[in-house]
Design a protein around this ligand. Structure first.
Ligand code: PA5
Length: 461
């Protein structure tokens, strides 16, 4: 269950200059929000609306196939290696980091309940790729190649390196060590996977990468490392029901979206996400892509040039109290900060009662949990004292149900925010352009036209 506290965005707490009259704004926008929620729910089953991610909680068939595959390969692999980038990697990375035991890949097989380690190659740094290849035994590795388009240069280049190496090491058997997640029809990978006879999972139509974490993109790696994907589905379904409520006062995604939208008009053009939990450290990376690609747009739906977008900023508590908080408290008042708090940690760590008669004696007998909570509380109060708007989302504990609820709520709020800005939330022309330039520079057929002009431009930039 998620608890949502937005009081520190209200003018009664942070003053009129930086705060909002939340009750009045919820009234002003109640009709608009209600019609947005109705429209999203009406459009979600229609083709080309890119809202199929709103149906993923109900996708029992995929869950069944994914679990069947995971049980078929159970015990065969020491490592899962995910090849993917952007929306094909960030959700997997964020969720596995949150839900697997910390330092999972360092644990003994016994402590991992004989489940495999998991690695994400989400970049093309040659040293990192080689480093990982030196560290794992490919014979005991299942490679999950994930690319919705089936064309992305980074992922396909990684796949080509891996395929070549595996074929050399494993002979014809290498095919059993590769599973592909891609589009049903389009893309080079789809054709190659068919030719090679790999096991394939499909990314459903009308789901963009950044909204795909609960499709087979995320579910396959989650099931392979033993996460409870049924509980994830339950979390999404329950949250989906809550977020169908058209009354903004009862709908936390609508409140979150509206507050950010109104704060943006007040010059808060940076959205900081700061979990007070190391296990949640990649959630801000996933969220950064979600809002940056979805809400950062040049034109609105009327074709007017708007150049909107709230800039995501990642932080982690308590670590960043010793790095970024100075800026948040005293620098430009251009941020809205979201804290993510965890009520109940899996462990309670007592600080021993030693050094009693020294300056650190006060810590003895307390717990690390007390200390983390005290730091989170203090930061929130100081920020509010400094008139800095902030929101706190609290989950009772880190588990499959709650993490799925959190991510799904953030997806829905992004869709609502896109409607408020009147932009296309689901396209990414700015990403496509850079992809096309890369293809041109790398000599891909069909893209050579722009290559010459591009080379000239490169000299000047
Ligand atoms: O959200 C998106 O659409 C992008 O970030 C993509 O996920 C990213 O570019 C990778 O694309 P693909 O899955 O087609 O390889």
């Amino acid at each position: 269950m998620l608890k949502f506290n937005c009081k520190s965005c209200d003018l009664s707490i942070i003053g009129e200059t930086h705060g909002l009259n939340l009750a009045a704004e919820f009234d002003n926008f109640s009709e608009k929000i209600s019609s947005i929620i109705k429209s999203l729910n009406q459009r979600k089953d229609k083709p080309n609306e890119w809202l199929q991610w709103m149906n993923l909680g109900y996708n029992e068939e995929t869950v069944w196939y994914v679990k069947e595959f995971a049980s078929m390969v159970e015990g065969r692999f020491d490592n899962i290696l995910v090849l993917g980038i952007g929306g094909s990697a960030l959700g997997g990375l964020a969720v596995t980091e949150a839900l697997l035991k910390p330092y999972w890949n360092l644990l003994s097989e016994e402590k991992r309940n004989k489940l495999p380690r998991i690695f994400f190659l989400d970049n093309i740094d040659p040293d990192t790729i080689k480093g990982l290849l030196d560290a794992i035994d490919l014979k005991k590795t299942l490679v999950n190649v994930i690319t919705k388009s089936g064309d992305t240069a980074e992922t396909m280049a990684q796949y080509m390196i891996l395929k070549d190496l595996m074929e050399k090491e494993l002979g014809d058997n290498y095919r059993k060590n590769i599973v592909v997640t891609t589009d049903k029809k389009m893309g080079v990978l789809r054709q190659l996977a068919d030719q090679e006879g790999y096991k394939i999972f499909y990314v459903p139509d009308d789901i963009g990468g950044r909204f795909s974490v609960f499709s087979s993109v995320g579910l396959v790696p989650f099931a392979l490392v033993g996460l409870d994907i049924d509980q994830m589905m339950n979390g999404i379904k329950d949250m989906d029901l809550e977020l169908k409520n058209t009354d903004i006062r009862q709908n936390i995604a609508a409140q979150y979206a509206l507050i950010h939208y109104l704060m943006y008009q007040k010059g808060k053009n940076i959205s900081v996400m700061m979990p007070y939990s190391s296990r949640l450290k990649y959630i801000p990376d996933w969220y950064a892509q979600l809002i940056a690609e979805s809400l950062g747009k040049e034109f609105n739906n009327n074709g007017e040039k708007v150049n909107v977008g709230i800039t995501p900023l990642k932080a982690i508590g308590a670590t960043d109290q010793h790095s970024q908080i100075q800026l948040y408290n005293e620098g430009p008042n251009d941020k809205i900060i979201t804290f993510i708090r965890v009520e109940e940690f899996e462990n309670t760590l007592e600080i021993p009662k030693i050094f009693e008669y020294t300056g650190v004696g006060y810590l003895g007998g307390k717990t690390i949990n007390d200390l983390l909570n005290a730091e989170a509380d203090s930061t929130k109060v100081v920020l509010s004292d400094c008139e800095r708007p902030n929101i706190t989302i609290t989950i009772d504990k880190i588990d499959e149900y709650n993490i799925a609820q959190l991510l799904y709520m953030l997806e829905v709020q992004t869709a609502i925010a896109g409607e408020l800005y009147n932009i296309n939330t689901f396209n990414q022309p700015g990403v496509e352009q850079a992809k096309n330039y890369t293809y041109a520079l790398m000599g891909r057929a069909g893209f050579d036209g722009s290559a010459e002009g591009l080379k000239e431009k490169l000299v000047n930039v």
